[in-house]
Structure formats: structure tokens, C-alpha cells
Design a protein around this ligand. Structure first.
Ligand code: HEC
Length: 147
């Protein structure tokens, strides 16, 4: 797996449609600060992880979740990921894996396509991230418990 690490960058959203996204800073391969300024709730994160219609995580990833026979195997298993990656590393990977691997098939969960590049995004989803900042933090808190 080839990971290209980004240099430090500060993201600001000039597009008013994207203004609902909170700004965040990337340091190395991590977003160290919580997007909400608070820790997430691991129990809510565990539920979200298994929601096949919303988070979609288990379409690609396997791990210590319900219904192992329905879990995807096209992405690394998330078993033990809380040992391999820090909270900040987990956060950047869920926010936008494409910053580390532009070819990644993992969806960008906290971002929007700029106007003009969003023609194939359904109107109801334009200008909105797939998950909220709170939901990202819940997932980070849950994945840290996978040890
Ligand atoms: C369409 C498939 C797909 C979906 C859906 C998906 N991922 Fe991924 N994910 C990947 C792939 C592929 C990788 C391997 C990294 C890469 O793409 O270079 C990955 C990597 C990761 C990693 C890093 C794992 C490691 O050991 O380095 C984490 C953490 C992660 N995903 C969490 C999630 C979470 C949480 C969700 C749901 C919110 C999710 N992923 C949804 C495909 C997916």
C-alpha cells in the first residue's frame, strides 16, 4: 500500500456551501484536534460502524463487528486498528483518505466537491459531507477501542 504523506496544511473553506464544514489542520498524516473540540462517544461510533446504509464502512472493511459473513474484504481489517493508529491518524483517514492516497476508493467522509465538480452528486447531498463532525468523532472514539 503506497501512502503519500502530505505536508502540514491548514484547510479553510471559501465556498459558503461548504461553510458548514468546520476547519481543521493536518499535521503529517494526522488531524490531531477533535473536529468538535470534544471526544466522541464510542458506543454511538460502534453503532454507526455497522450501519450498512449510512457509514458503509463494513461494505469494504471487516473487523470485530456483527454479521462477519456480510463484511467486505477489499480493505484492511480494522481489528486492532486502535493499536496501529493514533486518534489523529484515524481522524484524517476517515475525514479524507484521498489526502494520503489520491487513488483510494475509500469515500471522503468529511468534505464536499467544489461547485462545478459536483454534477454527479444528488441534489440532496450537494455541499454536505457524508458524516457530521460529531459522527466522525464517535467513529474515532470507537476505533481506538479496537485493541
Ligand atoms: C469503498 C470502500 C471503503 C469504505 C466504504 C470505507 N473504507 Fe476505510 N479503507 C478502504 C481502503 C481500500 C483502505 C486502505 C487504504 C487506502 O485506500 O490506501 C482503507 C483504510 C482505512 C483505515 C486505515 C486502516 C489501516 O490499518 O491503516 C481506516 C481507519 C478506515 N479505512 C476506516 C474506515 C471507516 C471508519 C469507514 C466508514 C466510515 C471506512 N473506512 C469506509 C476502503 C473503504
Amino acid at each position: 500500500m503506497l501512502l503519500t504523506l502530505c505536508a502540514s496544511a491548514s484547510i479553510a473553506f471559501a465556498d459558503p456551501q461548504a461553510a458548514r464544514l468546520r476547519s481543521f489542520s493536518i499535521e503529517g498524516d494526522a488531524i490531531k484536534a477533535s473536529l468538535t473540540g470534544r471526544p466522541g462517544d464510542p458506543a454511538r461510533g460502534a453503532q454507526l460502524m455497522q450501519q450498512r446504509q449510512k457509514s458503509l464502512c463494513v461494505l469494504c472493511h471487516s473487523g470485530p463487528f456483527a454479521d462477519p459473513h456480510l463484511q467486505g474484504t477489499i480493505a484492511p481489517s480494522l481489528a486492532g486498528v486502535g493499536v496501529r493508529l493514533t486518534a489523529g491518524q484515524l481522524r484524517l483517514r476517515i475525514v479524507d483518505m484521498k489526502r494520503l492516497n489520491p487513488q483510494s476508493i475509500m469515500p471522503t467522509y468529511y468534505g464536499t466537491l467544489p461547485n462545478g465538480r459536483d454534477a454527479r452528486v444528488a441534489a440532496a447531498w450537494r455541499g454536505k459531507p457524508i458524516l457530521t463532525a460529531e459522527e466522525i468523532e464517535d467513529l474515532v472514539a470507537y476505533l481506538q477501542t479496537l485493541r
